[in-house]
Design a binder for this molecule. Sequence first.
Ligand SMILES: [Ca+2]
Length: 128
Amino acid sequence: ISVRCDLVLLAVLLSSTAALYANANGKSYVVVNSLLRWPDAQTYCRKFHTDLALVENAEDNAALPVIHVTKFAWIGLYRMPWSWSDKSIVTFTNFDVGQPDNQGGEHCVVDNPDHFWHDASCSISSTV
Ligand SMILES: [Ca+2]
């Protein structure tokens, strides 16, 4: 089972818990409590795990780690066009109402506490 590095947290208040694992469809997700820009998060995940999290269907989305519920976190989705971090084709998205809105060039994606997605600037490393 590959371990996909999930959810580089963008919240100001960070848990001391280092990681929490969940399994769905043969995937394992790990939470990284670090404030990182999307490109740095991708680099980190590829170095220490596999890649940023691919959330490719509703089952994957429902299995995201519980620790994530109060925080925003990067997933491995970016554009243009929309693509996953490993270049795989996007067949599932879970954007929030009104998203993606591309306000000011938002080419990376965060998962919100309710597991709905927002496009966001890839260079942010704080709360959105
Ligand atoms: Ca947005």
